[in-house]
Write a protein that binds this ligand. Structure first.
Ligand code: RNT
Ligand code: ZN
Length: 430
């Protein structure tokens, strides 16, 4: 374990150095209490869920690659994993649950049959943990999604089925928010689209609009639940058209005062989600982010501290948007220790926010407004090598979580004591 005195000493020096730039490090750390990250349950089991004993992810543009041992296969295992993750993170978190993770108790419950009772044990778990909870309709990995269309389907039976699923998910979300005393963000993402050049783009989009109108007709109080819709550029097998494109959902969100959800992997690689925040928030009250790391495509790699994530965090912090931007994660890597991946990706996101909180924004804007562009560039560059890590380490120390590399060892222990003992680990790691 680290030498606490050394961490404190390094922090003191860093505090003085930042003060020279007019930055208050204590105030920056205090801001972190509002950086609440919603933990996507699906990093624990590669988006499997618990509908059937051996639920496997199939199609729909979602693909977790890898077969690292230790995947959670029961609700208890997911909870144990999440508790481990929570114990290694500074700051506050929420749980982000997909509908396929219901506590079905071995009962076969189709998506148009789910009720609050199937999620009560999750609500209770969140209450025990003292955290809020978000929710997602699961419009994939299902026979009624096999033809590539759900809410935008031209098959009326299928379309109605997914509308019913979404209605129920929204009702469950409202009850979650009510019971936990914190609004539940419900996100809708659908895999609908076409591999090859479609002709009736308009027809599918008209169907999607109709389905969303039907499913969201009942309005719940904002203190209970908020609706978000997630756009996407393309997916594997849906290269030629995604029905729920960015234009579609941004328009829908603005018109109906919903949250727009931006996933960092759902745009052209040269577009940056960080640049979109100040545009969207001119027209919608709130938004939801799915922070992830696309590598060449929407690959959902573990988040690392890179320029894209930094721009997102900086834009949120510079503009005091924390009360309008809901923070979620959306990566799923099955090729490395899943719990280690979870903690690394979440901590990287938190690091970006702390770095952003340490920016002398006023000074930078002043330089910008005076056309001092060299000075702006130089200051932005110098900030990158300020003793940022001393502040991060001290923040972790204060939050009573492992400092720096120390969490790697904790993950190692968890792997040998818990993950490695899971029965299905007998299968070979490929
Ligand atoms: C898929 C979307 C969506 C899912 C989760 C599981 O491309 O990003 O958010 O990853 O809902
Ligand atoms: Zn997403």
């Amino acid at each position: 374990m680290r030498n606490t005195e050394l961490i404190k000493k390094a922090y003191k020096i860093a505090k003085d150095q930042y003060a020279d730039l007019g930055v208050d490090t204590d105030a920056a750390m205090a801001k972190m209490k509002d950086v609440v990250i919603s933990l996507h349950c699906w990093q624990t089991d590669d988006v499997g869920g618990f509908e059937t004993p051996d639920a496997e992810l199939s199609g729909g543009g979602i693909q977790a690659t890898g077969n690292y041992p230790g995947k959670a296969t029961t609700i208890d295992q997911v909870r144990t994993d999440l508790e481990q993750v929570l114990s290694l993170l500074p700051g506050a978190q929420r749980l982000n649950l997909h509908a396929i993770y219901g506590d079905f108790q071995g009962e076969k419950v189709d998506r148009d049959q789910i009720e609050v009772r199937h999620f009560q044990s999750w609500i209770d778990w969140c209450k025990e943990q003292g955290i809020g909870m978000d929710f997602n309709a699961s419009c994939f990995s299902h026979r009624r999604a096999a033809d590539g269309y759900t809410l935008s389907s031209k098959n009326e039976e299928n379309r109605k089925f997914w509308v019913e699923h979404l209605k129920r998910c929204r009702a469950i979300s409202a009850e979650i928010g009510k019971q936990l005393g914190s609004p539940c963000v419900h996100n809708t993402w659908i895999p609908d689209g076409s591999k090859d050049i479609p002709v009736d783009r308009n027809g599918y989009r008209t169907q999607l609009k109709k389905s969303l109108d039907e499913a969201t007709a009942f309005k719940y109080p904002k203190e209970y639940m908020k609706d978000a819709v997630e756009s996407k550029l393309f997916g594997i097998g849906l290269e030629s058209m995604t029905v729920g494109s960015h234009d579609f959902y941004l328009g829908y969100a603005i018109k109906n005062n919903l949250l727009i959800c931006l996933d960092s992997g759902h745009f052209h690689p040269t577009e940056q989600v960080g640049d979109k925040i100040s545009s969207c928030l001119q027209f919608v009250d709130e938004m939801l982010l799915h922070v992830t790391r696309p590598v060449r495509w929407d690959s959902d790699h573990v988040v690392t501290l890179n320029d894209d994530v930094q721009l997102i965090a900086s834009e949120v912090m510079r503009n005091n948007f924390l009360s309008r931007v809901n923070l979620g994660l959306d990566f799923f890597d099955a090729s490395i220790n899943r719990i280690g991946a979870y903690v690394t990706g979440t901590r990287a996101t938190q690091k970006a926010f702390l770095f952003a909180a340490l920016e002398p924004t006023k000074k930078l804007i002043e330089l910008e407004e005076n056309e001092k562009y060299f000075e702006r560039l130089a200051l932005l560059e110098e900030l990158k090598t300020m003793p940022y890590s001393a502040v991060w380490d001290y923040y972790c120390l204060q939050e009573a979580v492992p400092v720096g590399v120390d969490y790697i060892e904790e993950i190692g222990k968890y792997e040998s004591e818990v993950l490695a003992r899971r029965s299905h680990n007998l299968s070979k790691h490929v």
